[in-house]
Design a protein around this ligand. Structure first.
Ligand code: ATP
Length: 259
């Protein structure tokens, strides 16, 4: 299912947080949204999972305006793993994962066998099965992030949006999460701070600066030293990854340049 952000703007208190953002995520592709702190990435993502209504423009799934769908139908199509996706009540991990089925259930309907197996597979894929009986509030940040992704997968969405899903993860789980996204077949829009992870794992990268899209395209076209300097104010060299040939950034610390 294609996802399209079609000239979405978000304004609040007379300030434009997102300015006519247009970004396409073709079906089955992984697209990263990157940009400095405060550039509007999370705000744009909130419009996709309908935590926020854009002041102008529309978010479309296969051409259909998501805001025209019921919230239930929307939740069947779009799953979100967000920074504020915490669970306040002390549910167990397996209960939290099972909550991913909510958009597909009626009332207090219990999970059927296929759904229970789905939950177990998702916990295996995210390496949290051993935590199944633990309270979610007792988990570390990285463990909790993996549980929330398991919940999102159990939702069986067509579109998955993630806001900094790797920020608490150790390097193994970062790599596993990104390769899981790549192999998922889902249409994925992911906010990432790590430009090298974005380059390695994503088909395309969109760069936001002060609410505006300033570049979009395949990583090798987007991640240039000029772009990184202009948008992030950082000096970087771009070198080819020795195995894949994809672009990787090496950053220069000012103190190293001028000892
Ligand atoms: N409800 C709100 N009211 C006022 N300002 C807001 C609101 N939500 C976000 N902002 C502001 O909008 C700007 C964009 O915020 P957003 O969270 O989208 O940035 P971001 O690119 O995701 O940043 P980060 O990389 O730090 O997570 C920030 O300056 C933020 O303070």
């Amino acid at each position: 299912m294609d996802l399209a952000l079609d000239r979405i703007s978000v304004e609040t208190d007379g300030r434009t947080l997102v300015d006519a953002l247009t970004l396409d995520v073709p079906s089955g592709q992984v697209v990263a949204l990157v940009g400095p702190n405060g550039s509007g990435k999370s705000t744009a993502l909130r419009c996709v999972y309908r935590a926020l209504t854009p002041s102008a423009g529309a978010v479309r799934a296969d051409g259909h305006d998501l805001s025209a769908l019921t919230l239930r139908r929307c939740a069947q199509l779009v799953a979100a793993m967000t920074q504020d996706g915490s669970v306040d009540l002390d549910f167990t991990v397996e209960e939290v994962v099972a909550l991913g089925r909510t958009p597909h259930l009626r009332g207090n309907q219990a999970l059927d066998r296929r759904e229970r197996e789905l939950c177990e597979r998702a916990m295996d894929r995210l390496d949290v099965r051993h935590l199944a009986r633990r309270g979610i509030l007792t988990l570390s940040g990285g463990e909790r992030q993996r549980v929330l992704l398991a919940r999102a997968l159990v939702q069986e969405p067509e579109i998955l949006v993630l806001d900094e899903p790797t920020n608490h993860l150790d390097v193994r789980h970062q790599v596993e999460l990104l390769s899981l996204l790549r192999g998922s077949g889902l249409t994925v829009l992911v906010v990432l701070h790590d430009l090298n992870l974005a380059a390695a794992a994503c088909d395309r990268i969109g760069v936001l600066s002060e609410g505006r899209l300033v570049a979009a395209g395949p990583p090798r076209d987007v991640l240039t030293p000029e772009l990184v300097a202009e948008v992030f104010g950082v000096t970087a060299s771009v070198v080819p990854h020795p195995l894949t040939g994809g672009p990787q950034l090496l950053y220069s610390l000012p103190s190293c340049d001028n000892p």
